[in-house]
Design a protein around this ligand. Structure first.
Ligand SMILES: Nc1ncnc2c1ncn2[C@@H]1O[C@H](COP(=O)(O)OP(=O)(O)OP(=O)(O)O)[C@@H](O)[C@H]1O
Length: 304
C-alpha cells in the first residue's frame, strides 16, 4: 500500500495554546480512515494542516510526497476537501457552482453530469439555484465539488452530520466506490457508532493528542471491554453452581442475575450457564458498543 499522507510528530500552537500535540500517522492509498474526537479535539486543525492551509509549529506534513503548504499546485489539485459547513453562493445553480470550483481548481473542461450522477444529485436539481436545495442536496453538491479532478486524497470534515440515514448509507456507498479506485479517504466524525464496517481504521484524538489508532476490531481487542450477561432464573431462589465460579454477580428482583465477563471467559461461562437450560427463563448477552469503546479510550485507560 503506497503512502499518500504522512504526519510526523506534528504540533500546532495558537499563541500559548497547543491544539495539536506530537501527532504522527500515515495514510495509504485505497484506505478509508476515520478521524474521531469530541468538539475541539483538533480534527479540523489536522485536516487544515493536510490541506496546507496552516503550517505546523513543529513536525512535518507530507501529502503525496510534498509539503502541501509550499509544494506543487499539482499536489493541492490532487486533494479534495469537504468543509464542515458548506456554504455556497445561494444565487448560483448547482451546475454554475461546480463550474466555479472547477475553474478555481483548474480542472480542465466543464464538469460533466457524471459528477452529479456520482453524488446522486438529480438532473432536474442541477440547474436550480442552490437556495432551493435541502441540507442533504447541499452536502451532495459539496461532495461533488470535493471530487472535482478525481482527487487521490479526499478529506471530509463531518460529512454525514445532518444527513438522514438513507443519505448516510448512499454516502458511504460512494466512499466505498472511491476507495475501490484507490482514493485515500479521511473522514472526521464525532461518533464511532456509524463507522462500523465503513472505515478500515479509526484514529481517535483527544485535546490534540492521538490516543488510539487501529481497526475497530483491533481497538476492541486492545480495550478488552467486558460483555454483560443477564440471566433470569426459572426459580427465583435457585443457586446454580456457576454462581460460585469466581464471577461477581449482582442479584436483581425476580431471579435476575447480572455480571460482566471478560471476552476470554465468556464462552466457558455461557457453556456452564446453558448446560442446564431448564434453570433459566431468560438470557441476554450484551456486547460492548462502539460508544463504550469510544468512552473507554477517551477515559484514557489505554493508549496505543
Ligand atoms: N485559528 C485559531 N486560533 C486559535 N485557536 C484555534 C484556531 N483554530 C482552532 N483553534 C482551537 O483549536 C482547538 C481544536 O479545534 P478544531 O476545530 O481543530 O477541533 P475539532 O476537533 O475539529 O472540533 P469540532 O468537532 O467542534 O469541529 C479548539 O480548541 C479551537 O478553539
Amino acid at each position: 500500500m503506497s503512502e499518500t499522507v504522512k504526519m510526523a510528530s506534528v504540533s500546532k500552537q495558537y499563541g500559548n495554546s497547543t491544539v495539536v500535540r506530537d501527532v504522527s500517522f500515515v495514510l495509504g492509498e485505497a484506505e478509508t480512515v476515520a478521524l474521531v474526537g469530541h468538539n475541539g479535539a483538533g480534527k479540523t486543525t489536522l485536516i487544515k494542516l493536510m490541506l496546507g492551509l496552516i503550517r505546523p509549529t513543529n513536525g512535518r506534513v507530507r501529502v503525496l510526497g510534498e509539503d502541501p503548504a509550499t509544494g506543487d499546485f499539482a499536489v493541492r489539485q490532487s486533494l479534495g476537501y469537504l468543509p464542515e459547513s458548506v456554504s455556497f453562493n445561494m444565487a448560483l445553480t448547482g451546475r454554475e457552482t461546480l463550474r466555479f470550483y472547477a475553474r478555481l481548481k483548474r480542472v480542465g473542461g466543464a464538469p460533466t453530469g457524471d459528477l452529479f450522477d456520482c453524488v446522486g444529485l438529480a438532473q432536474d436539481a442541477v440547474d436550480r439555484p442552490v437556495r432551493t436545495y435541502s441540507k442533504g442536496m447541499r452536502q451532495r453538491l459539496g461532495l461533488a465539488q470535493a471530487l472535482l479532478g478525481k482527487p487521490r486524497v479526499l478529506l471530509l470534515d463531518e460529512p454525514t452530520s445532518g444527513l438522514d440515514p438513507a443519505l448516510r448509507r448512499s454516502f458511504y456507498d460512494l466512499i466505498s466506490e472511491l476507495q475501490a479506485r484507490g482514493t485515500t479517504v479521511l473522514l472526521s466524525s464525532h461518533a464511532l457508532t456509524e463507522l462500523e464496517g465503513r472505515a478500515d481504521r479509526v484514529i481517535i484524538v483527544d485535546k490534540g493528542v492521538k490516543i488510539a489508532d487501529g481497526s475497530l476490531e483491533a481497538l476492541r481487542r486492545v480495550a478488552r471491554l467486558p460483555t454483560r450477561i443477564r440471566v433470569k432464573l426459572a426459580q427465583t431462589a435457585a443457586s446454580p453452581a456457576w454462581l460460585n465460579g469466581g464471577m461477581k454477580w449482582c442479584r436483581g428482583p425476580e431471579g435476575v442475575l447480572e455480571a460482566e465477563v471478560s471476552s476470554d471467559r465468556k464462552v466457558r461461562l455461557l457453556h456452564d450457564i446453558t448446560a442446564d437450560a431448564a434453570m433459566l427463563s431468560g438470557l441476554t448477552i450484551t456486547e460492548p458498543t462502539l460508544d463504550d469503546l469510544y468512552a473507554h479510550f477517551l477515559g484514557g485507560q489505554v493508549t496505543k
